[in-house]
Design a protein around this ligand. Structure first.
Ligand code: GLU
Length: 494
């Protein structure tokens, strides 16, 4: 069997973790089975539709760097892949169900339906939804009325029966038809289909073999199964994916932190880190192995690796993944990823749209200074800002080693000044040797010698590695910063 699955978002919101997880699992399943992954836009809810959300969808996937085999933008044998362009089709299929007696025209006004709902609410009736009034109209009469009167088309749910289907993950599911929303609307009075009708018609016409979707759709599936039966079609295999929860066990939402992919992108996450982490939400692969590329995942994915239990979204773990991917990036690649954040914080001069050639070179060379420690991309330019402009002078206390005083700090800094030229010409090992020799000669601790030097050059006690910083800045700039600090410290003294 040729496996075909799909991601079928409704463009009524920004792409978020849950949606991308669904898309990713469908993508991986199709790849693992040599199948076809389809993108279909379910844009029939026109009141909530906005172009912004469709743009966001394409933009997000472009950034994540994985894509579909058939879809609105690239076409395919079952086009169009946008439901609003298929409206006539749904209407024809709904009419077919009316002809076969599986659905009926409903002429109830929205006022009647409102009144009915209020009445049931007031009576605390356990029954909700439509009272099936129009289901009793004679079919010939209804057909005649439908030619003149506004109407919807409702699916007739066969009462007194039980609907069963097998979910690949959850097993046998049974649902009493009497508990299903009474006679849901398939076609609205404006001729637009509801989600249920369009979704089923398209999954059938597009030969979808597997529906992998979020568990929140599970309660709609019995009704979908009835709809497939009504059409006389075979239903695809269903697999409802475990929910994604926050640490508190509640459904992941804005309360927990970022949820839209845009936010993660703006906060400095790498797409590979997000994909790696999202792929493990509700699935387990090899014990002890945590880093997977998209290709690794596609080779390993199978539905029996999915967990039934809800997945917990752990922001800290995602950060850890990001740090790993930052570490694994080449200097050039990491610099390119961090560049927009550097421009945004005016690292290359206020208002500069980009770095000069020299600045760019320095930026790339500075990556080893931050690679090992950065969790998120914006930290990168922040941590190396002192390479691009003189740091804000640190207060005098910062220069003074423990149990020492200002006079000693000045002496230590002077010693540092003596060796800065030599240090700037050496690699890490060489620079350390020079510093050690100086400390020994002067009878001071190596740490005490380097500390005021670090503060003068980088602006703080905690900074990226000093020796490489000295090399990148060069002896002249380091010398100037040391002199500047010496002068201010001397002023303090008097
Ligand atoms: N359009 C639905 C959504 O927005 C699709 C659900 C399904 O996959 O069937 O999630």
């Amino acid at each position: 069997m040729d496996i075909r699955d799909r991601y079928a978002p409704s463009p009524t919101g920004l792409q978020h973790i849950g949606g991308i997880r669904t898309a990713l699992f469908n993508y991986l399943f199709a790849k693992a089975k040599n199948g076809t992954f389809v993108l279909r836009l379910e844009d029939t809810d026109r009141s909530r539709y906005d172009d912004v959300f469709t743009d966001n969808l394409y933009d997000t996937f472009k950034w994540l760097n994985f894509s579909w085999d058939e879809g609105p933008d690239i076409g395919g044998p079952y086009k169009p892949y946008i439901q609003s362009e298929r409206v006539a089709l749904y209407k024809a299929y709904a009419e077919k169900l009316v002809e076969s007696g599986r659905a009926y025209y409903c002429f109830c006004s929205s006022e009647r339906l409102d009144a009915l709902r209020k009445e049931k609410e007031a009576a605390h009736s356990p029954e909700t939804g439509y009272d099936r009034l129009c289901g009793n109209i004679d079919r010939t009469e209804a057909a005649a009325r439908a030619k003149k009167e506004a109407h919807t088309i409702r699916l007739k749910i066969p009462l007194g029966e039980t609907t069963r289907f097998t979910d690949i993950l959850l097993g046998e599911i049974e649902w009493k038809n009497d508990d299903i929303n009474p006679d849901p609307v398939l076609l609205k009075s404006d001729g637009f289909p509801t989600y249920h009708l369009a979704n089923i018609v398209d999954d059938h016409l597009m030969n979808i073999t597997h529906v992998l979707r979020a568990q929140e759709w599970l309660s709609s599936t019995p009704m979908h199964v009835i709809l497939y039966k009504a059409f006389g079609w075979e239903a695809p295999a269903f697999c409802h994916l475990p929910m994604v929860m926050g640490q508190d066990g509640k459904k992941l939402s804005k309360r927990h932190g970022a949820t839209s992919i845009n936010e993660f992108r703006k906060n400095g996450y790498l797409p590979e880190a997000l994909i790696n982490y999202i792929a493990l939400l509700g699935a387990s692969y090899e014990e002890g192995k945590e880093i997977y590329t998209l290709k690794d995942l596609a080779e390993r994915f199978s539905l029996d690796k999915l967990n039934k239990a809800p997945a917990i979204f752990d922001y800290k773990k995602l950060e850890w993944y990001n740090a790993q991917y930052i570490k694994m990036s080449s200097d050039e690649n990491l610099a390119a990823l961090a560049l927009p954040f550097a421009i945004e914080m005016n690292l290359f001069g206020s208002g500069a749209l980009g770095p000069t050639e020299k600045q760019k070179e320095l930026f790339i060379k500075a990556m080893p200074l931050v690679k090992e420690r950065a969790l998120l991309l914006p930290e990168i330019p922040q941590k190396i800002a002192y390479l691009f402009s003189a740091p804000v002078p640190a207060p005098p206390d910062e220069f003074i080693p423990k149990k020492s005083n200002l006079a000693s700090a000045i002496k230590l800094l002077q010693m540092g000044s003596d060796i800065i030229q030599e240090m700037a010409e050496e690699d890490d090992e060489g620079a350390e040797k020079i510093a050690k020799a100086k400390a020994e000669k002067e009878g001071v601790k190596l740490g005490d010698l380097l500390m005021p030097l670090r503060v003068a050059i980088t602006g703080g006690r905690v900074s990226p590695p000093l020796f490489l910083s000295v090399r990148l800045l060069g002896a002249d700039i380091c010398g100037q910063r040391i002199q500047y600090s010496l002068e201010s410290l001397r002023k303090e003294k008097v």
